[in-house]
Design a protein around this ligand. Sequence first.
Ligand SMILES: [Zn+2]
Length: 553
Amino acid sequence: MQLKWSRSSIPAQGRHPWVVSLGLALALSTLGNVPFWWALSQLPEINSLRAYAGLIGIWAALTLLLWVFVNVVIWPWWRKPVGVVLLVMSMTASYFMVMYGVVIDPTMVANAMQTNTAEVRDLLSLTLLLTLVIGVGVPSLWWWRLEPRTGLGWRRWTHQLGAVALGSVLAFMLLLLVFQDLASLMRNHTNLRYMVNPFNTVYAVGRLAKSEQAQRQQPLQPIGDDASARLPNAKAPPVLVLVVGETARAANFGIAGYPRATTPQLQALQARGDLYYFSQVQSCGTNTQVSVPCMFSHQNRNTRTDSAGNYESLLDVLYKAGWAVLWLDNQSGCKGVCDRVAHFDTSRLKHPFLCEAGECWDEIMLDGLSERLALLIPERRARGTVVVMHQMGSHGPAYYKRSPPNQKKFLPECTSNALSSCEKQALINAYDNSIAYTDHFLGQVVQWLQTQHQPTALWYVSDHGESLGENGIYLHGMPYKMAPKEQTHVPMALWVSQSMRQRWALDDACLRTQQGKPWSHDNLFHTLLGSADVKTGLYQPELDMTRACRAYK
Ligand SMILES: [Zn+2]
């Protein structure tokens, strides 16, 4: 047994625990919150001596609140790792806020947790590494080497609880002083509340855990048990393809008036009179995690909440109506909507031309498609087939990876993941190439459909849009209420074959008038049920975009 203590472990040595915890609180409130202070200092309201004094008050109050927080969560036996975790959380969040103009809210954290290795690889960069080494490494080393006087038993308790009490009282008094200014700032600039590190992340994780628990406690509820479909012509059952786009914003679609030729294929189909482009479509969410389940839900955007129930999807209803259903995924999965129908992941396939570096371009979903369809139940195929293709689309920030090297129309391209360090035009070039590739892909899908000698139709709609540096904002995932229109205005199109046109008894002029109306993802559920001739009590004809234009109802 060792009786002699080494110098560093003598409890009476070292710094006072208040000094140590205040040091960490200061590091978090200043270094860990650079984007928050930068955003505050840029506000038009910050224009007087009083406003600057208010900023200092906010800074002091935040430091005190962090001091309280640190004393609540950090206890001697896990002091070092928890301090490092807080520093890592704050600095990483700061990095993404600065580089991409994002804020940290529950859906952003949900997205981060559901990410896959390819997405992480897309985000990694030298800039991130340098930021983490300097911003996290240096303060963490400092924190790791600090040795507070721990004290024993009751003394430790009095130190920590004393800090919590004193910090709370002082922070409360300071907040009272700056309350008026602070309240109006937070009201006018809601994004600020998602920018305070590390409270934003702690809050988001808590909210998310709560809502996931609520979800888990809700059993999956069946919908559309009454669904049935019109009896088809057995010789030529219909085939519907729904392409779920990724990160495509309407603003960069040539067919929507964007001055660059990003959508020549869609425009050629439109010129032939076979394609309808819907120009005013709003997404349900600003990220995949929210949008995809919402697109396939019978609930609308406003009624979907954590407590609104856990329901089956549109695909379950189509299946119950007798259709053969196949989900092809070239991205991060179907977020639960395809769990009970046939699904196949194409993103990790090996192909000499269509795949590279562990990822595949979207055309991979057409490769061997007929063979995959042949595996579906023949009795269902005889009634009709719905194929959903979930694209990789324009998934960022590595837009340049979303189009094959031999199909780059717009050069030079930004090939960095640190988007804000790229030339604006090079970034737009890379993004536009991804849209042009989606256009090419949609053209290929139509070509495939034309070889089927069956009534066929293609629906295309993107899950959400994207910010490309407008007002310093990049990527997507902004809380919906404050999201810029670039993230919520999505492209949507319908291509119809001649035989499907006859089957639906489609009124062309009528459908043309539907193109400019305001629609949203809420319409997709009912429009697809209508397109598939499914009868169910769930179907709301007034939400079906083509109902008024189909003579067969
Ligand atoms: Zn998405």
